[in-house]
Design a protein around this ligand. Structure first.
Ligand code: AMP
Length: 402
């Protein structure tokens, strides 16, 4: 029997998300999440798609190893255990692959060492990803495991977009450059947008707006990323749920010198207490829209700043690409918030961009066009599917060999 299943693992610092897919038809067999690992109030939610009935466990789960063992037990209860001969591989989301990893990579000891070497540029994410990989390898040492990097899609950026305007020798010593993130999503969505237009990815230029709690834009030229809004870390670029996005770096000196704040305090302020949350106290776009509709001024200003930044990036990437076939909205906000899509494109008719009000109001899980038929540039809503993309890339690498 040829194994056709892929388990996708996404390990965060205190969470473990997973999906088991069957790559014969890309269907989901099970999905789940372990939250608050290391606390007394950990919780595991597991849904086998055959029954659709979610099972929940709560109580302390000490670490990722215990969490993955609990997940393995849940999967085994549905006849989908990690020891199944049908399991072809485990695909791991790894946030930072630096310049080294330009493609999904079968994990061996040297790959682990390199991911470890990248911890200084991804101090929150890579250690958690490594823990997930080590735990999975201990459980199934014989099974191929693949790392799929958030940064890989962006390694095609030209130096003019990837470098900051600082001394390259200093930049190289500290590995400072614009890496970009959400690459798995940008890769998937740009390809799906081409498919929606009935064209090959190599034939179209797409601006992808990944608007979730984290948010980033990318300029994709004929299937290759040529610019993206996140940089050395996921702090740069668009206004996000709790991250400021772009600001004058001198703001940081000012906080330190005039505000007498420590680097850790500034880090927390800009990453966790800024963005929409910092501006108005809410980071959920549903709540912000509700407040705007009620006439709340702080929420309205937060919304305007958020939209203004998106517009600037659409304009910038239009110029970078020269010619644009489509603008695609994706992730929690991009897929669901019609008001954000309408506002982001409003006034851009001169660039050939417009949204059809009725099409924009339709709620659907399918990729769809929301621009009028006459528009020069297509505007699309394309639900992202990072797990499917990780599974597809993993299976492409190991499926044929198994
Ligand atoms: P993500 O990080 O892609 O899961 O996106 C999460 C964000 O999507 C939430 O914080 C909300 O701001 C936003 N979101 C989710 N559902 C909706 C909705 N129906 N309308 C507006 N925003 C939404």
């Amino acid at each position: 029997m040829t194994p056709t299943r892929v388990l996708v693992l996404n390990s965060g610092s205190s969470s473990l998300k997973y999906q088991l897919l069957d790559m014969r038809d890309s269907s989901r067999l099970a999905v789940g999440l372990v939250e608050r690992i290391g606390e007394q109030t950990s919780r595991l939610r597991h849904t086998p798609l055959a029954s659709g009935e979610t099972r929940e466990q709560s109580g302390p789960i000490a670490d990722h190893e215990t969490a993955l063992k609990a997940v393995a037990e849940e999967l085994a209860r549905d006849g989908l255990g990690l020891d199944s001969p049908e399991l072809a591989a485990i695909g791991h989301r790894v946030v930072h692959g630096g310049m080294f990893f330009t493609e999904p990579t079968v994990i061996d000891d040297s790959v682990l060492t390199e991911i470890e070497r990248l911890i200084p540029v991804a101090p929150l994410h890579n250690p958690a990803n490594l823990t997930g990989i080590r735990t999975a390898r201990a459980l199934r040492p014989d099974l191929p495991q693949v790392a799929v990097f958030d940064t890989a899609f962006h390694t095609s950026m030209p130096e003019s977009a990837a470098r900051y305007a600082i001394d390259p020798r200093i930049a190289d010593r500290y590995r400072i450059r614009r890496y970009g993130f959400h690459g798995t999503s940008h890769a998937y969505v740009s390809r799906e947008t081409a498919r929606l237009l009935g064209r090959a990815p190599e034939e179209v230029n797409v601006i992808v707006l990944h608007l979730g709690n984290g948010a980033s834009a990318s300029a994709v030229e004929r299937g290759r990323c040529v610019d993206t809004s996140m940089g050395l870390t996921p702090l740069e670029g668009l206004v996000m749920g709790t991250r400021s996005g772009d600001l004058d770096p001198a703001v940081i000196f000012h906080f330190a010198r005039v505000g007498d704040m420590s680097m850790d305090e500034i880090d927390t302020l800009l990453n966790k207490r800024s963005g929409l949350f910092g501006l108005c106290g809410d980071n959920d776009m549903r709540e912000i829209r509700r407040r705007v509709d009620e006439g709340d001024e702080a929420a309205a200003l937060a919304f305007d700043i958020y939209i203004h930044r998106i517009k600037k990036y659409i304009g910038a990437y239009y110029a970078v690409l020269g010619q644009v076939d489509a603008v695609a909205f994706t992730a929690g906000v991009g897929e669901n918030a019609a008001a954000v899509r309408a506002a982001a494109v409003a006034g851009l008719e001169g660039l050939g961009l417009a949204v059809d009000e009725e099409l924009n109001a339709v709620r659907s899980d399918d990729a769809r066009l929301i621009s009028p038929a006459s528009a020069r540039v297509a505007v699309a809503v394309v639900p992202t599917d990072e797990e499917l993309e990780i599974a597809t890339q993993t299976y492409a690498l190991v499926g044929k060999k198994s």
